[in-house]
Write a protein that binds this ligand. Sequence first.
Ligand SMILES: [Zn+2]
Length: 267
Amino acid sequence: MTPVRFPDPPDGFGWQPLGPGEPLEVLASRRFPALHGFTCRVRTRQPDASYLGIRDRMEGDLGLLERAAGIQAVHALRQVHGNDVQVLRSAARPGAPAVGDALVTRIPGTAVAIKAADCVPVLLADPVSGAVAGAHAGWRGTLARVVDAAVRALAAEAGAPPSRLRAVIGPAIRACCFEVGPEVVSAFRAAGHDVDRFAVRPQAAGRPHLDLVLANRLQLLAAGLPEHTIEDTGLCTRCEPAFHSYRREGPGVGRNWSVVVAGTPTA
Ligand SMILES: [Zn+2]
């Protein structure tokens, strides 16, 4: 097994333990007001560290996330590339995961875990109520405005104006690597997205590339989050071998976890 090189964190981010429990190194923002992190292919940078995000071991990963964060319940979804938002009403993890692409919780000590391998993970938090959300936005979810739906649901659950919410965007495929067919650009245009702002054509004769992160940033801004409350890891999953990437590895690829834990209200 070749050791995984952890990519240098961008300004304002660092690799650090998720929590006080079992060692799990995650990329986290130093400013985001909730316990959170983005995993890579392995648990730690020790040469013998075991892998995580392996496709058929997702249930086991949730237990690891719980032990690492030192909390009782990490909730995941059966993600379907749509825009349905689920709101957690009970701390106990159900037998089968709820279906949707965004999850909100204001139950202190419960967490949301989003899995993605190129799709854009967006974590949200309200610093006052402690409520948090996670959203999974591939191109279909972005087209369907799942991040906008997540902001609205979190604001309602938290009793917060969207301007009070914070966001952090995890490792995802970036415009450098996300080539799409012209029909995808057309679908965004038909759905009323300002696609000319986030579709680029690196070569005059080539196929378009989408900047899905920018598309989701535009949704956050339009939903009412101020520019300075939106952070971005800036990392491309396809360029950085530390992360699972569908475009690089194909079907059967693992998933990167993005996890955020609800806190106790401060007011
Ligand atoms: Zn790239």
